[in-house]
Design a protein around this ligand. Structure first.
Ligand code: UDP
Ligand code: MG
Length: 329
């Protein structure tokens, strides 16, 4: 594409909205209505091309999510769908959408209307001004529970402390240009933590702020267990710092034991005091046992990652697609 063609694409891009969905039958009618209205408005005002569409990725839902998506697609409007063969988790479903959906720009967002749609024109403006990636960032977190807020803040701090890059208060609501998407395709990681991975791409980026609403309907598909798993995924995929921490702890304990031995020797040689009793033996034993088990566990986690990666299993399988942009009528 030459410079003039690129400028033309930036003026009137084909936009794709990518939404992973897992058991979202309660929200889909409202989400679809709002997204279609938004696309119609933006097409009418000449902000996006007529081919712009919505791409739902059904992440192996067990309710009627796919039937709904298929019905909307059959109505011949802007809705398209990709159905995964089973539940692969939000990050894999999102990646599938980003790698499958056509368009000059894709914007990923959640299906539950927590991500404010009104900032989409501003995100496109940033793209028009040359950004290849636009991160939507939450301006406040006061609607979150105390636990979620505390957890998120500590996590971002810990992530930065370990020397890994992450954008404060950004999840997966972002715009990516075709060029950024094609670059992302070159990364072949089996353990995904997209919000940090995308920072590896480089290019010109910008941020747009928004306020996150409550989930429109239904319940969160990210229980604490999944949230912790994602957090751990982020740490182990982006830094070996925990392993270094273990090495440091091991060195500190060994050094401490040398000092202790020297002290015991000094007591023996220079005083008549009896050596302290069982506590000095038993407590360090339990303590060191615990440290060793924990270390083995963390070490095992990294090893398991190498094992999983070495199998090079695909991250998802597409079972069905629907909608005009995929050639269906
Ligand atoms: N999701 C998914 N697969 C899963 C879990 C969640 O595709 O295994 C989708 C879900 O349908 C939603 C998005 O990921 O569109 C974010 O999930 P949710 O809103 O439940 O998370 P929360 O906002 O509560 O953290
Ligand atoms: Mg949500």
């Amino acid at each position: 594409m030459d410079v003039q063609e690129q400028a033309k694409v930036r003026e009137l891009p084909v936009l794709g909205l990518v939404l992973p969905c897992y058991n979202e039958q309660e929200v889909l009618p409202e989400t679809t209505a709002r997204l279609c209205a938004l696309l119609d408005r933006m097409k009418a005002s000449g902000d996006i091309a007529a081919d712009s569409a919505i791409f739902y990725v059904d992440d192996g839902s067990r309710d009627s999510t796919w039937q709904l998506i298929d019905d909307y697609a059959r109505q011949g409007g802007a809705v398209c769908g990709i159905k995964l063969s089973r539940n692969r988790g939000h990050q894999n479903a999102l990646l599938c959408g980003l790698m499958t959906a056509p368009g000059d720009v894709l914007i990923s967002l959640d299906a539950d209307l927590q991500d404010d749609l009104e900032i989409i024109p501003a995100m496109l403006d940033a793209y028009r001004k040359g950004s290849e990636i636009v991160f939507a960032v939450r301006s406040r977190r006061d609607k979150d529970s105390f636990f979620k807020r505390f957890f998120a803040e500590s996590y971002y701090k810990f992530f930065a402390f370990m020397g890994a890059q992450i954008i404060y208060n950004h999840a997966d609501y972002r715009l990516m240009s075709r060029r950024a998407l094609e670059t992302l395709r070159e990364y072949d990681e089996s353990h995904l933590f997209l919000r940090a991975l995308i920072l590896q791409l480089g290019f010109k980026t910008s941020t747009v702020e928004f306020e996150r609403a409550e989930r429109y309907a239904g319940v969160s598909k990210y229980p604490v267990s999944k949230m912790l798993a994602l957090a751990w995924q982020g740490i182990t995929s982006f830094t070996a710092y925990p392993l270094r921490l273990i090495t440091g702890a091991g060195a500190a304990v060994s050094l401490g034991s040398i000092v202790l031995a020297a002290w015991a020797l000094a007591v023996r040689i220079f005083t008549d005091d009896a050596l302290p009793g069982w506590a000095s033996v038993v407590i360090p034993m339990y303590f060191l046992g615990g440290v060793q088990l924990l270390s083995l566990g963390i070490f095992g986690e990294y090893l398991a990652k190498v094992y999983e990666s070495s199998k090079r299993r695909p991250r998802f399988h597409v079972e069905l697609v629907c909608g005009r942009r995929f050639g269906a009528r």
